[in-house]
Design a protein around this ligand. Structure first.
Ligand code: P6P
Length: 339
């Protein structure tokens, strides 16, 4: 029986590294440890209903959100693996108010910093809804050998060396870019490896799916309201060109739209007057992936990747997906919101 050639994540990383002149393997080692952490989180997420790891911890994170046991578990797992890589000198995560500095051993000379949401959408986990990890890798700007400073984590999204997400769904996938396209790897638990399953992902330029929490409709900017009504119109043939799909888990909503075509919208609302999603560890990594797969990501006016972050947990309005759909939305925002 011919065995289908399988490319594991680690083989892929090494092959790609060989294409980079002077690459020394440091970046590859960092990505390898991200993959290990993802496998460890997968193991716990997939048995969450069987062990005492569901539910709330009883603490509130910096966002004012109830911390789930799995939030803190994932945060610890990823930090331990990033520390173990010896290539990362510090991390900014959703679960920590300030940056976490790795100032011991090899980490002190690490050239990279990581921004991440260890477990996005975790409030859904008790209902067995897909959740995800989102990560973003930068080269530190401050002097190697000294502790990283917050400015290392406030770089524009255009400075990202790599970004990716893990979706813990019907299967567990790791999707990432290092600036040369987007590739998806599905976890094969029979061999314990992420295997290349979605090479060179391209987001369809158009699509039928719009994803937004319409429960906030009354608070949306007028241009967003008009765009939603545009999507709900019946076409000349009496058909409905668009359909609404919203899971309430950014990674899951984005992943479906990236593969099938679609747009995800999280505008300003009363509860979140500058948007809900965080710039440095949710919007920037997803925007990098979107652009690398032919999509677009804006804050309503500007390209997300060009925004200058002002604080670690800064929120922004977020619109991401198929190019033609985001362009159509932009027309409505410009006309009705005087943007
Ligand atoms: P809402 C999950 O809490 C999250 O941060 C994203 O994963 C998701 O897209 C969004 O919030 C959902 O927010 O207000 O619609 O429940």
């Amino acid at each position: 029986m011919l065995m289908h050639k399988v490319t594991t994540l680690n083989q892929f990383i090494v092959e790609r590294q060989a294409e980079i002149p002077g690459a020394t393997g440091e970046f590859s080692r960092l990505l390898h440890h991200v993959g290990i952490a993802a496998k460890k989180v997968h193991r716990e997420v997939n048995k969450a209903g069987l062990v005492d790891i569901l539910g709330r911890v009883g603490t509130i994170n910096v966002q004012g959100e109830n911390q789930q046991k799995l939030d803190l578990f994932a945060d610890t797992i990823f930090m331990d693996e990033l520390r173990a890589s010896g290539e990362c000198c510090g991390v900014a995560t959703e679960e920590n108010q300030d940056i976490v500095v790795f100032d011991e051993g090899l980490c002190r000379d690490g050239k990279y910093i990581v921004c991440m949401d260890p477990l996005d959408g975790s409030s859904n986990i008790d209902a067995n809804v897909s959740v995800g990890t989102i990560f973003s890798i930068y080269r530190r700007r401050s002097e190697v050998g000294s502790p990283p400073v917050v400015e290392d984590f406030l770089q524009a999204g255009t400075e990202q060396l790599a970004a990716g997400y893990v979706i813990y769904g019907s299967s567990t996938m790791l999707v990432y870019t290092s600036g040369r396209g987007v590739n998806g790897f599905t976890l094969d638990i029979s061999i314990g490896e992420f295997c290349l399953s979605h090479p060179d992902v391209q987001t369809p330029p158009n699509g039928r799916i719009y994803s937004i929490n319409e429960g906030n409709y009354v608070n949306f900017p007028v241009g967003v309201k008009k765009y939603i009504k545009y999507c709900q119109e019946i076409d000349a043939a009496g058909g409905r060109p668009y359909t609404s799909r919203y899971i309430g888990s950014l990674v899951a909503d984005y992943h479906r739209n990236m593969l099938h075509g679609g747009i995800f919208l999280y505008p300003e609302t009363n509860a979140h007057p500058v948007g809900k999603l965080r710039l440095i560890y949710e919007c920037n990594p997803m925007a990098f992936i979107a652009e690398q797969s032919g999509g677009v990501a804006i804050d309503g006016e500007r390209r997300v990747l060009e925004l200058a972050p002002e604080s670690l947990h800064q929120r922004v309005p977020f619109y991401i997906g198929s190019r033609e759909m985001v362009m159509k939305l932009t027309e409505f925002l410009r006309f009705f919101n005087n943007i």
